[in-house]
Every structure is written in structure tokens, then in C-alpha cells.
Write a protein that binds this ligand. Structure first.
Ligand code: SAM
Length: 313
């Protein structure tokens, strides 16, 4: 058993919570059921609302980036797990020139298997003239690429991006959804800096735990440790300021960092009212506590003056 097995297992938790929330009607995802079985256990309403805020806010920022660049751009999903974003964007007619998903081989091999065996997933990859190349753990199509790499190893990550045809001169969005917190602080800083140094026009979206120092955060860390999973980067990024500075000190020009209770209030009101009617929430306080322990951070570097600073919720 490697020390990353616990971290790899966090993907199953995230995927199962997302599947549960989708089945309850929090958001629409016609693809998740092809990768994630129906959840056997009930999840508390505040968990599903938290996932709703996470998925919806990230989707809003990603769509703004795609519209601003008119899809003449690339997306790199770091620690992508079983995320279905490529298929959801493709359904909405928003396909970037390149979309690369990176994760450990244990995760990408399972995802590769789902894609190979589900016509509905495969269809979205096969445009005109597109040949799909795949082996056990990696897949390359015209736009979509799934590759295995340890994000601590920049050399291997760089090689996998090149093998996916990534063009460093194109505007490129990097997404890390609940990933950096599992990587040691110095490796994360190297990664963030390497991206800023290598991509002149780039946008980064990071979602993860924050404000972990109080009692509630302590309980959460302990729970994860119990599953052999240490939040390696959590001690380094305890506040919204340290979250933002990690980018500003490593080559990024600007951005913003909000905790998820602030993000929640920015989400489209009509849809919020709809999802708040789905399940009764006994204690609003629990939701507030949960939201205040997660954050959404975005950063830009805009050498081409595209106006990336204007992207926000
Ligand atoms: N981003 C997906 C989502 O939000 O649904 C998955 C999140 S899951 C909590 C964390 C993911 O990050 C796992 O799939 C894990 O394997 C991946 N991960 C963590 N550390 C990594 C590393 N050093 N290299 C590659 N992937 C990593």
C-alpha cells in the first residue's frame, strides 16, 4: 500500500457525494452515472448543498473563461478524479481546443475503462477525423486527453502535457478541485510557479479546505487521518490571505479568494431557491460552518491582455 492510497480514495468519496446530489436534483449531470454507482448511503442536506456550491461556482468561472477566449483555449484539470466536466461542457457546445485530465494511474485506469466501455462517454470524444488512442491508463483523442502523473513530479507532468499536444502560447485554465491540499506545500508552490513561468496567459481555479485551525477543522482533519489520509498542504494555507499569496508570490498577477459562504451568496438566486426546496435543512448553522471551511481561489496571468482580470463570480 503506498502513502497515496488514502488520497486516491478521496476521489471515490467526492464522486459518490456528487452522484448522490445529482440524483437528488441539485444539478444536472447526465454523465456521472456512467462512472459512479448509485450511492448506497444517505448524505446530509448540508453536504449536498456544499457540493452544489462547489460544482456550480467552478462551472461559472470555467464558462466565463471559455466565453472570453471564444473556446480558443485549453483546460488542464489537475487531480481530475471522475469529474465529468469535459462531457458537460461538450453537451453545452463549449469545447476548448484541448482538455487534459491528470491523476494517479490507479484513478486514470479506472476512468479509462469507463470511457472505453460506455458509448455515451466515447461519443463526445469522437469528432470528425478523430482517432482515439488508448492504453490501460491513458487516452488521447482530438480534444480530450486523460493522462497519469504524480503532480509532485513536474518533469513527468510536463512530458504528459506535451504528449497531449498542449500549446503553451494558448490561454490555458488550470483547475484543482480539492487536490492541492493533499500535496506537500513546497511541491504545490513549485507546481504553481512552473505553470506561471511556462504559460504566459493562464487562469487558475483552486477549490479546497481553508480556515482549518478551529475545532470543526480539527475534527475534519482527524476524520481524514483515520482513513490514512493526511492533508499535507493544509498547514501552509490556513487563511484566504495565505491562499491568495501562494499565487501572488509565485508568478501570478492577481485574483481573488473567497470562502464558500461568500461564494454561496453570489450564486444565481433563482437556482439557489430551487435547490433549497429540495431537502429540508434542520440547522442552517451546520451549512454555514461547513461552507466557511472551504474556499474558492482564482488567479490570472494575462500577458496577452485578454481581460482575464474581469473573470469573477
Ligand atoms: N477533482 C476531483 C473532484 O473534485 O471531483 C477529485 C477530487 S479528489 C478529493 C482528489 C484527487 O486528486 C484524487 O483523484 C487524487 O488521486 C488526486 N491527487 C491527489 N494528489 C495527487 C498527485 N500528487 N498527483 C496526481 N493526482 C493527485
Amino acid at each position: 500500500m503506498s502513502s497515496d492510497d488514502g488520497v486516491i480514495g478521496t476521489n471515490d468519496d467526492a464522486a459518490s457525494c456528487k452522484r448522490y446530489a445529482v440524483d437528488k436534483g441539485y444539478w444536472n449531470d447526465p454523465y456521472i452515472s456512467y462512472m459512479v454507482p448509485k450511492s448506497s448511503s444517505r448524505k446530509a442536506p448540508e453536504i449536498s448543498r456544499g457540493y452544489y456550491a462547489r460544482v456550480t461556482s467552478i462551472q461559472l468561472l470555467v464558462e466565463k473563461f471559455l466565453r472570453l477566449t471564444e473556446c480558443r483555449c485549453q483546460i488542464v484539470n489537475l487531480g481530475a478524479g471522475f469529474d465529468t466536466m469535459y462531457w458537460r461542457l461538450s453537451n453545452a457546445g463549449l469545447v476548448p481546443k484541448g482538455f487534459v485530465e491528470v491523476d494517479f494511474e490507479q484513478v486514470t485506469s479506472r476512468k479509462c475503462h469507463f470511457i472505453k466501455s460506455k458509448q455515451q462517454l466515447l461519443e463526445a470524444l469522437s469528432g470528425e477525423d478523430s482517432e482515439i488512442m488508448m492504453n490501460k491508463a491513458e487516452l488521447h483523442s482530438a480534444n480530450y486527453h486523460l493522462v497519469s502523473a504524480n503532480l509532485r513530479n513536474i518533469g513527468s507532468f510536463e512530458a504528459k502535457l506535451s504528449a497531449s499536444g498542449i500549446d503553451r502560447s494558448l490561454p490555458t485554465l488550470f483547475l484543482s478541485e480539492c487536490v492541492l491540499v493533499y500535496i506537500e506545500a513546497d511541491s504545490t508552490e513549485k507546481l504553481i510557479k512552473w505553470i506561471a513561468d511556462s504559460f504566459p496567459t493562464a487562469f487558475f481555479i483552486n477549490y479546497e479546505q481553508v480556515n482549518m485551525a478551529d475545532a470543526f477543522g480539527h475534527v475534519m482533519i482527524e476524520n481524514l487521518k483515520a482513513r490514512d489520509c493526511v492533508l499535507s498542504g493544509a498547514s501552509a494555507c490556513t487563511s484566504l490571505t495565505t491562499q491568495m499569496n501562494r499565487f501572488l508570490n509565485n508568478g501570478w498577477s492577481g485574483g481573488d479568494a473567497l470562502d464558500m459562504s461568500a461564494v454561496y451568496r453570489y450564486l444565481p438566486q433563482e437556482d439557489l431557491q430551487r435547490i433549497e426546496r429540495l431537502e429540508l435543512l434542520d440547522e442552517r448553522e451546520l451549512l454555514e460552518q461547513l461552507l466557511s471551511h472551504y474556499c474558492l481561489v482564482w488567479a490570472y496571468k494575462d500577458t496577452s491582455n485578454l481581460g482575464l482580470h474581469a473573470i469573477s463570480l
